[in-house]
Design a protein around this ligand. Structure first.
Ligand code: ADP
Ligand code: MG
Length: 421
């Protein structure tokens, strides 16, 4: 039995009109003699009536009550509704279909409500249904604890459902259908000239996704990567192949680009920089991080010197972070409204001058770098959020990512490296 997993995001299943495109993709897979496991998100985004945020606005529990369990029961409804609506429309087309909740499809999680982690996948019921149906529609984003409590998987949860089922079923491919052509060299909402990436490695996509490219959830990429099930990210509204994600670009020699220094840029907004002044109190450095860890606040961009510790946190937790540090008698300054830009590309490993090009490009735009960091395949810079458009577009141009794919492919392999110094 050859199985394909197809995941459709919120806008793809939002309206009957959009779902016609969804059904056509499913039909094409059936025509190729595949069994199709379809994973759906909730229909549309707020204020659509069955979107997750709309459902959440129906209740107002008081903060003191521990109602995370009930909230997950509510939040999971969006995907349940979506799975049954699509099932009814597939049946109307004469396609043999049945619907399953995440729990029945075998998604078993821990009990970390609203952000549960999948601990195992038990696909026996799903496999049983696939024996007698061409299509099984699974409600994404939801799972079940071993004792039967409904849980949800957090942001991007339906991507994670699709990847986990794909791996458990040893699917031929996991296809993530969305409202853009595939994975682009930057978020097309910020960089108008962003280009489609036809092939990328799990590694590059993982980094891009962790650094803000929300087109696919990084956890889903990690899960697929462990078992090397290929992923494809593509548009619901066309038959174009989109982006193929696998271990190595050599998997598809006809579409590989070997001289790409930067694969893409990702950005994250709503970041606050925190500066903790230490004076003669170096020995208290560890208390800063212990305080943040105990409060469950994740820190990024850490720079430590004898007189100062600088790091960043997400803006929504910044007031708590500052209060906790001041309670420990630290003197603290903050810079609000920051954004992080990440240049990602395995191709930059060992290539000199990439950081210099980034710094020079931003300097030419009069954009200050507030902090920076790098690893072998990523360079991060922190800038003021108001500069994000200018910075992303300038960097994207500097690394030639606006050039069409064919231009890229026809360039002599050394051309982009010669100018790296
Ligand atoms: P879905 O509801 O289908 O899961 P998402 O909104 O989660 O869709 O993801 C698709 C969106 O991701 C696009 O509309 C796009 O604005 C955004 N995005 C961010 N970075 C990228 C990127 N590098 N390539 C493509 N899309 C991106
Ligand atoms: Mg998504």
């Amino acid at each position: 039995m050859e199985i394909i997993v197809q995941k459709f995001g919120g806008t793809s299943v939002q309206s009957k009109e959009n779902r016609i495109h969804v059904i056509n993709h499913i039909k094409r897979a059936i025509q190729k003699n595949k069994k199709v496991v379809v994973v759906v998100s909730a229909m549309g985004r707020s204020p659509e009536p069955y979107a997750t945020d709309t459902l959440l606005s129906l209740v107002h529990f008081s903060e003191e009550e521990n109602t995370r369990r009930e909230m997950d029961m509510l939040m999971s409804c969006g995907e349940t509704i979506s799975s049954v609506v699509l099932t009814s429309e597939l049946l109307a087309e004469g396609i043999s279909t049945t619907a399953l909740s995440g729990g029945l499809a075998g998604i078993i999680t821990d009990d970390e409500f609203s952000d549960a982690t999948i601990t195992s996948v038990q696909p026996s019921r799903l496999l049983h249904e696939l024996n007698t149906h061409n299509v099984v529609v699974v409600a994404g984003f939801q799972g079940q604890t071993p004792t039967g409590e409904v849980t949800t998987l957090g942001r991007g949860g339906s991507d994670t459902t699709a990847a986990s089922l794909g791996v458990a079923l040893e699917a031929e491919q996991i296809e993530i259908y969305t409202d853009v052509e595939g994975i682009m060299t930057a978020d097309p909402r910020i960089v108008k000239r962003a280009q489609l990436l036809q092939a990328v490695t799990y590694n590059d996509i993982c980094h891009l996704a962790y650094q803000g490219a929300k087109v696919i959830h990084p956890r889903a990429v990690e899960i697929a990567m462990q078992s090397e099930v290929p992923l494809r990210v593509r548009s619901t509204y066309s038959e174009d192949p989109g982006t193929y994600i696998s271990r190595s670009l050599n998997d598809h020699p006809e579409i590989s680009i070997k001289d790409r220094v930067v694969t893409g840029f990702a950005h994250l907004k709503s970041i606050t920089q925190i500066k903790v002044h230490l004076k003669d109190e170096q020995r208290r450095q560890s208390i800063v991080f212990k305080t943040m860890a105990e409060a469950g606040i994740s820190v990024d961009f850490i720079n430590i010197s004898p007189s100062e510790i600088v790091f960043t946190v997400l803006t929504d937790v910044a007031p708590i972070a500052v209060r906790l540090l001041e309670e420990q008698k630290f003197s603290v300054d903050t810079v609000e409204n920051c954004a992080k830009i990440s240049a990602v590309g395995s191709g930059m490993t060992g290539v000199p001058g990439v950081a210099a090009r980034i710094v020079t490009t931003l300097a030419n735009q009069n954009i200050d770098i507030l902090q920076s960091a790098d690893s072998h395949s990523t360079i991060w810079v922190l800038i003021a959020e108001k500069n994000i458009h200018e910075a992303m577009n300038a960097l994207h141009n500097e690394f030639g990512l606006h050039e069409t794919y064919d231009n890229f492919k026809n360039k002599p392999p050394t051309s982009s490296r010669n100018s790296n110094m």
